[in-house]
Design a protein. Structure first.
Length: 84
């Protein structure tokens, strides 16, 4: 059985600000982890993520609106992407 871990990393400092194990890729668990990190460290101006179903879904969008966070999408390995 694979072990899944979610990390929240500050993009500018590259500091890991929150890490927790997940039981699976459940959108509710992922959003709860992000909300916990935001409550502890405050909301960022933007969140850089991929375009998986969780990150483009309604619950994730509601989290961003509730905390006044702008979304940014990146693709790892693609030239010019912010995900590199």
């Amino acid at each position: 059985m694979p072990i899944r871990v979610q990390m929240v990393i500050a993009h500018y400092s590259r500091k890991v600000v929150y890490v927790t194990p997940l039981e699976g890729p459940n959108p509710v668990w992922i959003i709860d982890v992000l909300e916990n990190a935001i409550e502890i460290h405050g909301p960022p101006k933007l969140i850089i993520s991929d375009q998986t179903r969780v990150c483009v879904g309604d619950a994730f969008s509601e989290l961003l609106v509730r905390w006044h966070i702008k979304p940014r999408f990146g693709v790892v390995g693609k030239h010019g992407s912010i995900g590199n």
